[in-house]
Design a protein around this ligand. Structure first.
Ligand code: ATP
Ligand code: MG
Length: 234
């Protein structure tokens, strides 16, 4: 297991959002986290990343306890994060956005700029353009490229398909599979269950801050009607 989350409890003020959330993310696979609006998906990623530190439970990454570590430390250990709504720096150009996120790891640096351009050639063309002048799809590419520039072993993406045209969603799907082929482990939060299930190896379903299903994608499909009816908005 690359990432293990054990009995997490996370609050916003007095509001108890994550209740006893436990799951594991196996190395080299795509794990998808599904759930309705407000189920706690984003809070789960924020808890792992140290943006909203949990008040109880533990997060282990590569067998190391990272519970409550600040985001920059979690990033430096090799966790990439593509937040909901992209959140690239609108006033900085593409090059600056990427430079700020670069983390070299010596000989094992996989994601040089050249490799990133191989995946996202449009970013080379847009190099000197400000983030805000990019299209929605280009901003999503930049957000993913930025996560890769940190040479992560795990990439967590929060609803990357949101607001993308169907053609771009299919490209994103292919990208996930390609990244997995490169050995990148992926934790993907999605409302778009169709896209997520097309690429996932493991599925987690969150409802009201609790894990209500965890298993291989095939098992999810066997119980799909029930799980979708009870826990997902379709
Ligand atoms: N900053 C915040 N302060 C207080 N409550 C919050 C905050 N962020 C989220 N919440 C609440 O925590 C719960 C879980 O929210 P979260 O954003 O994790 O859900 P989500 O599954 O990501 O939903 P969505 O699909 O809409 O993105 C919701 O009830 C939400 O209203
Ligand atoms: Mg969310």
């Amino acid at each position: 297991m690359l990432l293990a989350v054990d009995a997490l409890h996370t609050f916003y003020g007095k509001s108890h959002v994550l209740r006893d959330v436990s799951f594991a993310v196996p190395a080299g696979q795509i794990t998808v986290l599904l759930g309705r609006n407000g189920a706690g998906k984003t809070t789960t990623l924020r808890s792992i990343m140290g943006l909203t530190p949990p008040r109880g439970g533990a997060v282990r990454f590569k067998d190391r306890d990272i519970t409550g570590e600040p985001p920059h430390r979690v990033f430096r250990l090799g966790v990439g994060y593509v937040p909901e709504g992209r959140q690239i720096f609108p006033h900085l150009d593409v090059g600056e956005n990427l430079r700020l996120a670069t983390r070299r790891v010596g000989e094992s640096t996989r994601w040089t700029l050249e490799r990133i351009f191989e995946y996202f050639p449009v970013l080379r063309e847009r190099w000197s353009q400000r983030g805000r002048s990019l299209s929605g799809g280009e901003q999503q590419m930049l957000a993913i490229a930025r996560a890769l520039a940190g040479n992560p072993e795990l990439v967590m993406l929060d609803e990357p398909s949101q607001g993308l045209a169907p053609r771009l969603v299919r490209e994103l799907e292919a990208l996930m599979v390609r990244l997995k082929g490169e050995g990148v482990t992926i934790l993907l939060v999605e409302q778009n269950a169709r896209m997520a299930l097309a690429v996932s190896d493991q599925v987690l379903v969150l409802s009201k801050g609790t894990v209500v299903f965890a298993g291989p994608t095939a098992e999810f499909h066997r119980r799909e009607a029930e799980l979708k009816g009870r826990y997902l908005s379709v």
